[in-house]
Design a protein around this ligand. Structure first.
Ligand code: SF4
Length: 75
């Protein structure tokens, strides 16, 4: 699964980090970002990251509850 965040719509509430901290993190800019480590790697598409399969349901849960509706996934 690919995941990315459209940052201009992020409210900064941090819910995605609470629901799926392995993939999402809040940074000093007050916005959520995809955490790039062993769970998410940079894909060819700028700003999009590949997420390992065991985290897909947590990512989809975060997407469903995102207040800014700014978490995007491509299966
Ligand atoms: S849940 Fe959505 S709006 Fe909230 S911090 Fe995460 S990306 Fe931003």
């Amino acid at each position: 699964m690919k995941v990315w965040i459209e940052h201009e719509y992020c409210t900064g509430d941090g819910l995605c980090e609470e629901l799926c901290p392995a993939v999402f993190e809040m940074r000093d800019d007050g916005l959520a970002h995809v955490r790039v480590d062993r769970h998410a790697t940079v894909d060819g598409e700028p700003g999009a990251f590949l997420v390992s399969g065991e985290l897909e349901s947590d990512v989809l849960d975060a997407q469903a509850q995102c207040a800014g509706e700014c978490i995007y996934v491509k299966l």
